[in-house]
Design a protein around this ligand. Structure first.
Ligand SMILES: Nc1ncnc2c1ncn2[C@@H]1O[C@H](COP(=O)(O)OP(=O)(O)O)[C@@H](O)[C@H]1O
Ligand SMILES: [Mg+2]
Length: 267
């Protein structure tokens, strides 16, 4: 039943163009992992996806290069000799990787990507910079990944303040949801997982029911570029499926907790 609903949800998404910004001013919180997992999950369901790499370190681009090498990409990936960053956009298996996105070109590149794709994902740098504000301003949904660590809560609060401030300027509510990452797979999680979840809930923030648990399949993706496999990495694959399903529901205004996302207390 859930599977059929998921399919219907994704099919409906083909008719809507959506921009999703993935941000948290804290580095290492799981932004690129989230962006890549969503990109591959939606592309596997037949959606055309643009992945905008707005981190000067180009981690989304490095992932794309590894994934392309592992999955018979026929083109040539030209790189800057000094930085090693990709020089131009490349498309492979439904995903267009757009490199070198910065505060000067972000809005143009996002508009261009939105005109040509059903989904645009913006992978941001771990800092509260101008690119982050511009991406939040254009987003239909902001995903804020938070690593299961008390240290990461501060970055989350900063990102939430930024989304709300941008939304206030634009006079619209920008849906923003917190995604817990690197949580333990044991039921209820560890003491730290419970603490982090509790703090997020105390702030009245909408939290994804799904989590990207601490799993080797997500770490391995940095090495071979391959997203979690349905059979070999069942748990990680399911985490990503659940997340993609929730994202699709939010974008269509059908998530059971959706109204809460627009009406959270302004702390
Ligand atoms: N759920 C997870 N399980 C295991 N490792 C993870 C998970 N999420 C992220 N990582 C690892 O943590 C590191 C930082 O994640 P990354 O997505 O690059 O963070 P960010 O983009 O926010 O800096 C990477 O090495 C990544 O493989
Ligand atoms: Mg990153």
């Amino acid at each position: 039943m859930i599977c059929i609903m998921h399919m219907v949800c994704i099919m409906q998404m083909r008719c809507i163009m959506s921009i999703i910004a993935i941000g948290n001013s804290k580095g290492g919180s799981g932004k690129t992992t989230t962006a890549v997992c969503l990109a591959t999950a939606f592309a596997a369901k037949g959606l055309s996806v643009a992945l905008l790499d707005a981190d000067p370190d180009g981690r989304a681009g490095s992932w794309f290069s590894r994934w392309a090498a592992a999955t018979e990409y026929q083109g040539t990936l030209a790189r800057d000799t000094k930085s090693g960053l990709l020089l131009s956009a490349h498309c492979h298996r439904g995903i267009t990787l757009v490199p070198a996105v910065n505060e000067d070109n972000l809005q143009d590149l996002a508009d261009e990507a939105a005109a040509q794709n059903q989904m645009v994902l913006i992978d941001l740098q771990g800092s509260a910079n101008q690119s982050m504000l511009l991406a939040f301003g254009m987003a239909d949904l902001v995903v804020i990944p938070v690593q299961s660590s008390a240290f990461d809560l501060e970055g989350m609060v900063k990102a939430v303040k930024s989304v709300r401030s941008v939304g206030r300027t634009a006079r619209r509510q920008i849906p923003h949801w917190v995604l817990l990452c690197r949580t333990a797979t044991i039921p209820q999680g560890t003491r730290v997982d419970k603490f982090v979840r509790g703090e997020v809930e105390k702030l009245g923030l909408p939290v994804f029911g799904s989590e990207l648990h601490l799993r080797t399949a997500f770490q391995r993706m940095t090495l071979d570029g391959l997203p979690p496999d349905k059979l070999a990495d069942k748990g990680a694959w399911q985490d990503v499926e659940d997340l993609a399903r929730e994202v699709a529901l939010i974008l269509q205004g059908k998530h059971p907790r959706h109204s809460a996302a627009g009406e959270v207390a302004h702390g």
